[in-house]
Design a protein around this ligand. Structure first.
Ligand code: PLP
Length: 399
């Protein structure tokens, strides 16, 4: 376990807005004026840093980017209109036509579909591997490999990627390690384990309210400058920008993220232990019996637990569907995709969040028909929630 405190890094930032608000003001301008034409020209030439146009940046987006960079201990950050905008921007920036990247079969469905189907359009070659199997990763490296792309914790079985080992493989082949840390904000700081670029869907735990979509790219200052270069920067030219009103919302929610992660984790480990006791096949990296326990324990920062996600095998799709319908009727949570919400969200993995993965491959990588994902909520009385879950499992004869 590591002693880095991402929340402390965020709290250390002072708002220096001229109007002395405790919250950052919402930048309400698409364009910014200059005192003279020469000042404008100097900014265009990169001699002076000033806000010019909001697709590039503005004070609100910069404040959120800086706070996220502090959380991830990176030099810089860019906030985007969605997690997919962050992912596609980074991939298209680092890989040219004719290049190759390595990723996992189990990345987020949208990322999987983009890499499997869309990247063909621009002749970027992708090898999908079992990212846990380092020999398979090594064997996939080619002379034109530019990137290893992984998630710290991935659907559907919540496997943890061995970030230091993947960083070694990437760096010894002159490639970058890009890590989507959406499931484990604060819990894992990928930069400390060798990641070059960290990506978020802010839509999930970071914002935590399911009222917006957003994303982020956290990286070095050099990479940041390159992504925003006026002539070839992908974050500049594809225009994946986040709206400043949304940025201000996410920034305020970021200040409660540490408390929420602690509560998500506390509730999830409680439910995971109970399910296991009842003989349900459950994946939760915080269970000592889980195959990911050892690795996540070495990677994690102290004090945030093992996260809010649980996967369980309920046998068949039909049983799982019945279970979730009843749980929703009882108010335990919602049958909905997404995660990191204050109420519990649940779905059948193979028929929703992993449905982009072809059925044959689903079987191979362990997406069983009854595999069900929970994003455990912030419930104050988790024992009462468990009682509802336990009763439901009994009602439909799963225990
Ligand atoms: C949701 C999600 C994304 C995509 O983010 P959007 O904000 O929906 O575009 C990417 N990666 C992971 C792990 C996700 O859960």
């Amino acid at each position: 376990m590591n002693n880095f405190n991402p929340s402390k890094a965020i709290f250390a930032i002072q708002n220096t807005d001229q109007n002395r608000g405790v919250n950052v003001s919402i930048s309400d301008s698409a364009t910014f004026y200059f005192p003279t034409a020469q000042d404008m020209e100097a900014t265009f030439n990169g001699e002076v840093e000033a806000f010019l146009y909001s697709r590039h940046s503005n004070s609100t987006n910069q404040a959120l980017s800086n706070a996220l960079a502090a959380m991830e201990d990176t030099e810089a950050g860019i906030v985007t209109g969605s997690g997919m905008a962050a992912i596609t921007t980074v991939i298209l920036h680092l890989c040219n036509s004719g290049d190759h990247l390595i990723t996992s079969h189990t990345v987020y469905g949208g990322s999987f579909a983009f890499m499997k189907n869309w990247l063909k359009k621009v002749n970027i070659d992708v090898t999908f591997v079992d990212i846990i199997n380092l020999d398979e990763v090594k064997a996939a490296v080619k002379p034109n490999t530019k990137m290893i792309y992984t998630e710290t914790m991935a659907n559907p079985l919540l496997n943890i990627a061995d970030l230091p080992a993947l960083a070694d493989i990437a760096h010894s082949n002159n490639a970058k390690l890009v890590v989507d840390n959406t499931f484990t904000p604060m819990i894992v700081t990928p930069k400390h384990h060798g990641a070059d670029i960290i990506i978020y869907s802010l839509t999930k735990f970071v914002n935590g309210k399911n009222d917006m979509v957003g994303g982020a790219i956290l990286c070095s200052k050099e990479m940041f400058m390159d992504l925003l270069d006026l002539n070839h920067g992908t974050a500049m030219l594809l225009g994946p920008v986040m709206d400043s009103l949304r940025s201000s919302m996410v920034l305020k929610n970021l200040y409660t993220l540490h408390i929420r992660m602690q509560q998500h984790s506390k509730n999830a480990i409680f439910i995971a232990k109970k399910l296991k006791e009842k003989g349900i096949k459950v994946c939760y990296p915080g269970l000592e019996s889980d195959k990911n326990y050892k690795l996540i324990t070495t990677l994690m920062n102290k004090g945030y637990g093992y996260g809010g996600m649980i996967a369980m095998d309920l046998g068949t799709y039909e049983k799982g569907a019945e279970f979730l319908k009843i749980l929703q009727e009882k108010g335990v949570g919602y049958l909905a995709v997404s995660l990191g919400y204050f109420k519990t969200l649940f779905s059948n993995s193979g028929h929703s969040t992993s449905s982009e993965v072809p059925t044959e491959l689903q079987e191979k990588i362990g997406i069983k028909p009854g595999l069900t994902r929970f994003s455990v909520g912030l419930d104050d009385d988790i024992e009462a929630t468990w009682a509802e879950i336990e009763n439901t499992l009994k009602e439909i004869k799963l225990i």
